[in-house]
Design a protein around this ligand. Sequence first.
Ligand code: ASP
Ligand code: MG
Length: 420
Amino acid sequence: MSLIVQKFGGSSVADAEKIKHVARRVIECANDGNQVCVVVSAMGDTTDELIDLANSVTDTPRGREMDILLSAGERISMSLLALAINDMGGKAKSFTGFQAGISTDSKHGEARIFDIKPERIKEVLEQGEVAIIAGFQGFDATVKDVTTLGRGGSDTTAVAMAAALNADLCEIYTDVDGVYTADPRVVPRAHRVFEIDIDSMLELASSGAKILHTRAVEFARRHQVDLQVRSTFSQDPGTYVYSKKRDDMEEPIVSGVATDDTQSKITVIGVPDIPGKAGEIFSVVSEAGANIDMIVQNVSTTEDHLSDISFTLPHSDRAKVVQALKDQQSELGFAQVTYDDEIGKLSVVGAGMKTHPGVSAKLFRALARANVNIEMISTSEIRISVVTRASQLKEATRIVHSAFELDAEQTAVVYAGTGR
Ligand code: ASP
Ligand code: MG
């Protein structure tokens, strides 16, 4: 008997018919002799709608109340799914994050799981029932307040639950047939990846591929949870994401092209080119609570020994960081700070890059042919990222995808979902 965690995303439970469809899939898996623990997201665009509602009653929503509000979305889908399964003759019970024993830190809206005590869940599974858990939520153990894990956080709930239950497999059900070489909504000729190593998956997710929540992939890597990403709407096996090292796995030079249009660029102009300045500037940035990504420093060429430092960060953090830098301008001693919200980031990722030269050259030549200007570059062992104009990002992705010979014969199938 295997213990399987199945996670269904918002588009998979978007309406009553879809919930019934999911119920049938869950029952099938249980009837095959498995213990099944299900994690659900909120129905369709519920979370966005709840956020819109909150914004219509206040301009300054408080984190604590937002988390109680947003956690309601997953309560609706979990209980409806349990009702549907029971109606079809299966046995299921639903649980909130609190009931499932998922404790987090106290960072509302972006809480991190630090412990899971899934006693209730284990009991239910041992009795041969399906346990259904609300994704995306936990509780702050110190004050017992409800917390949420950040947008897309149900993936993290599923992986964390799989680790805590020592599950044999964690299946992530979504609205596409698995992990693709690029977003099929942007690159119609993207093709599915049958298997991928967890390091490449992590680079893809953190470079903007929306298929899996980055924190979920980090969790899977740390706790060695294998994932299967597949569609709710087909029987296709999808993509296996292997967390344990396997020698027989091929390492493609490029596994995929990811894009991110949710970043902004900040440039600090006229920074004194002396030791310690970068440390001071990025201390201010980190105290403002921003997660930065790429950093570029121009070497000072003039006699005045001033340099410029640019970095990228999420749109949503841009205003507070610009303000924090302006507040410290005289202490930091720079001339000016500017920002740009119209940037796009494109990344190519592949484990085979480690041993194959020429990947950057090929990428830059492809972009040049498409007349796309590169504004910033950063690399890791298995990733090359460039910043371009946001308006050119989609076109650039299609061109780079072709240049690395990733185009499929047929166009990809997208079953549902708004990609929102
Ligand atoms: N419902 C939450 C969201 O839309 C969590 C999730 O879907 O994973 O972000
Ligand atoms: Mg969602």
